[in-house]
Design a protein around this ligand. Structure first.
Ligand code: HEM
Length: 132
């Protein structure tokens, strides 16, 4: 299979994105209070994106369960996450990779946010993300 991007490009995207996340006023504290081994987290997220964009099968995790367990997530936080992700992909020279990554991030963010709401507030109709 021909891949649309290299492992090096994925590693770069993941490193740049989480560097932004860690500095972010809203998202930084959530990540920094949960993740004590950043090297491990970055390897895991590189595996995740490699599975999505290159069809490798290295990622084995349970993102839905992990996110449901985080207190206080909101549409605004998911939108902020997507904004920082898009700021990162905007700088990628590989435009096909950038577009695929953005589309997948949006889809997964919506799905996590739906799962989150269904788990925390099953009695209320789930709210959509404002994707612009
Ligand atoms: C409000 C938005 C988000 C926040 C605050 C957030 C926060 C976190 C945190 C704190 C962890 C570590 C959890 C743990 O190890 O216990 C994590 C793991 C992870 N996140 Fe997110 N996240 C968000 C959105 C997303 C989105 C949109 C994606 C995918 C496009 C994503 C992909 C992942 C993956 C793959 C893991 C590893 C899961 C595993 O270990 O099984 N996250 N996230």
């Amino acid at each position: 299979m021909i891949s649309m991007c290299s492992e090096e490009e994925i590693r770069q995207m993941v490193d740049d994105f989480y560097a932004k996340v860690r500095r972010d006023e809203q998202l930084g504290p959530i990540f920094n209070s949960r993740i004590d081994d950043w090297d491990h987290h970055l390897v895991k997220l590189t595996d995740f994106w490699s599975s999505l964009l290159r069809g490798t099968t290295r990622f084995a995790g349970s993102p839905m369960t992990k996110h449901i367990a985080l207190p206080g997530l909101s549409a605004a936080l998911f939108q902020r996450w997507l904004q920082l992700f898009h700021e990162t992909t905007q700088t990628l020279p590989n435009r096909m990779m950038a577009e695929r990554a953005d589309a997948m991030a949006q889809r997964i963010a919506r799905s996590l946010w739906f799962g989150y709401q269904t788990s925390h507030r099953p009695d209320v109709l789930a709210e959509e993300l404002d994707l612009r």
